[in-house]
Ligand binder design. Sequence first.
Ligand code: FES
Length: 161
Amino acid sequence: MQGTMTAKFSEEMLKRIEEILKRYATKRAAVLPVLYLAQKEFGCINDTALAAVSRALKISRADVYGLATFYSMFHEEPLGRNVIFLCDNLACTLLGAESLRDHLEKKLDIRMGETTADGRFTLKNAECLGACGQAPVMLVNDDFYEGLTEARIDEVLEKYK
Ligand code: FES
């Protein structure tokens, strides 16, 4: 919890929060957009970010934490510059997602959920990405890749620095 007593948003973020609060009936209702700003400012939703949101909105850290962990777009650890979401649901698994996961883990030298030492990639698993007919699939940031093979993955990774 070190440093959380003084955890604060920058002046610029505080102004943006003020603007957001004008659009909501209560401070509590603004938690999601403010968490989003916190993730931008602090790089992830760590103790410092939780404390800053709690302080800015005057709601308990436990409440902020509960919401942050409910929504998958908030991360407790800083992410890499590029985030790979590999689908591991049924259709993708039947068509080889497990061996693609092994391939990615070996190639990037990390395990699922981790970030490479150079901060270039974070590897995450995803629930069905809604493209079972093109399985196996993955997302890299906002880019969608389907019909994956190990060779195709190698090619795709080259595009992201
Ligand atoms: S199971 Fe992978 S996209 Fe549906």
